[in-house]
Design a protein around this ligand. Structure first.
Ligand code: BG6
Length: 512
């Protein structure tokens, strides 16, 4: 176990006073993620002194009812003085969001709230609505001049999904850019807000020991897993039109690939970092439609028994077509054709109803050039650097050590660091971090329009092949297993790592 000596250095720009307008405020995301994240920022004293939230949606509530609804996911909302004070900063306005005639009402209310609370006309608009409104709301805001300002700022946060394919993403970008400038648009990918994802950059670019070996000379292959034990959890209607490729791969996993593979940015600033991520996406070797059946595996969970209990298959979930061919599991092998990564295979996999919830990046280093120890017949383990995104966030290095006693038998041992060892350091949630960044005008951890399009362009041939060729198989896998067996054949040399909840353990079915 490594016990870190930690110097926490906080470089913070102060967020300017503003009103945060949340469209889709009666939806789940607002009460589950956004309001708890804002309260946490308040506790950390990171919100500006002039701050208010205006929730907007169609349903009509009073401010008081809205405040009450927002307490559902807050700890002790009625006892805690700070929480009570925070709740008073929440307001609510019901409008017909898709109709421009209601926007003067919205504007009046917004200006009144700003004036009453002594807040200058700085506004952030958060789109947490059904995606079809992502084009309508910015246009309607523009009809009342809320898209730009001579003094103060106007920013627009757009939730995922950002398009459903390359064309729809391009259209959405174009429509947003008709009313807002690129610098005003914050496309959210909550994976980039995770502390452990940002730590990837620090691990790579602040450690002299890792950077020289982070390339094709030393790395054999890279494996990225994002597994979930949950299924579609009441979101069958949405998920059945999406599937793992659109829901997880095009956005979250591609962003992880960007962080693992990018070149060092010139400075730690939004455009410098985002330029490097874009270059990675530009270097992805296009997958030919003919190779899709070989390089990409899709699967769907089927009914099974977990610990004696019957677990539904995907097609039996509410809102899912009973002949659905939507993938709940996705695995792919691909290459990045550039100087650093020439010839290094990358593997990604994600799925629902897998044995455990875990996201991690595993760097597999090349083996020693000549084998001196151990049984010639036994497979030689490689050195692995495991960067654990969640849970049990941390880093693990696996290396060979002599088994004490006679001979030279080698055993793999672990050297690990867990974020949980950092006592008294608050690990901000992804939404805390991202909301605060937008308040401070920092878009580093948001996706830029060109990169989002590039990521769609990369996965588009897969979508096309699946649409055009019904013979490409979708493999069933029993709920609670690591996906279809054929996915194991994708990875040459050693197969996938089978992670457990705890970073230092691994095995086939740890959590079951
Ligand atoms: C969301 C997907 O973007 O990410 C969900 O829509 C998925 O289907 C979730 O469950 C995973 O996020 P996290 O932070 O729990 O890994």
């Amino acid at each position: 176990m490594i016990h870190p000596t930690l110097i926490v250095k906080q470089i913070m720009k102060q967020a300017e006073p503003h009103v945060l307008v949340i469209f889709g405020a009666s939806g789940d995301l607002t009460k589950r993620k956004l309001i708890p994240a804002l309260l946490e920022l308040e506790k950390q004293k990171l919100l500006p002194t002039g701050f208010a939230v205006l929730g907007v949606s169609r349903t009509s509530f009073s401010d008081e009812t809205f405040r009450q609804k927002m307490t559902e996911f807050l700890p002790d909302p009625n006892e805690n003085e700070l929480t009570k004070k925070f709740l008073k900063k929440l307001y609510y306005q019901s409008i017909a969001t898709e109709e421009s005639y209601d926007y003067p009402v919205l504007k009046d209310r917004l200006l009144t709230i700003a004036k009453e609370n002594n807040i200058p006309e700085n506004f952030i608009f958060y789109l947490s609505t059904p995606p079809k409104l992502y084009e309508i709301i910015p246009r309607n805001l523009a009809t009342v001049g809320l898209n730009s300002a001579e003094d103060g700022f106007r920013r627009l946060i757009v939730e995922k999904p950002f398009g459903t394919d390359l064309n729809s993403a391009k259209t959405l970008n174009k429509n947003l850019l008709d009313y807002f400038e690129e610098e005003q648009i914050y496309r959210i990918d909550h994976y980039l807000g995770k502390e452990s994802v940002q730590n990837l950059l620090v691990t790579r670019f602040s450690n002299g020991i890792f950077e020289p070996i982070w390339n094709h000379n030393f790395i054999h292959h890279v494996e990225i897993t994002s597994a979930e034990s949950l299924g579609v959890e009441g979101r069958g209607g949405y998920y059945d039109n999406s599937g793992a490729l659109r829901d997880m791969v095009q956005n979250h996993l591609m962003q992880l690939v960007g962080m693992v593979a990018m070149e060092p940015p010139v400075v730690i600033e939004a455009d410098a970092i985002r330029n490097e991520v874009l270059k990675v996406f530009q270097s992805l070797r296009p997958i030919r439609e003919d190779d899709i059946a070989k390089q990409v595996i899709r699967g769907q969970y089927i009914e099974s028994h977990i610990k004696g209990e019957l677990v539904k298959g995907y097609r039996q979930e509410d809102g899912v077509d009973d002949a659905s061919r939507t993938e709940t599991f996705f695995a792919m092998k691909f290459f990045i054709d550039n100087w650093r990564w020439s010839g290094v295979p990358f593997y990604i996999r994600t799925g629902k109803k897998l044995p455990t919830r875990v996201t991690e990046v595993v760097i597999h280093f090349k083996k020693t050039p000549h084998r001196l120890f151990g049984d010639e017949m036994a497979p030689q383990a490689d050195n692995q650097l495991v960067i654990r995104i969640q849970p049990d966030e941390g880093i693990l290095l696996k290396f060979g050590m002599k088994v004490p006693g006679a001979g030279f038998n080698v055993q793999t041992v672990n050297m690990d660091f867990h974020y949980a060892d950092l006592a008294n350091v608050h690990l901000p949630s992804a939404y805390e971090r991202l909301l605060l960044d937008c308040m401070q005008g920092d878009a580093t951890l948001y996706s830029r329009g060109d990169a989002v399009e590039k990521a769609w362009a990369y996965v588009q041939p897969i979508i096309n092949a699946w649409n055009n060729n019904p013979n490409i198989p979708i493999y069933g896998y029993p709920a609670g297993t690591w996906g279809p067996d054929v996915a194991d054949q994708l990875v040459e040399d050693g197969g996938w790592r089978y992670p457990c909840k705890n970073l230092s353990n691994d095995g086939t079915y740890c959590e079951l």
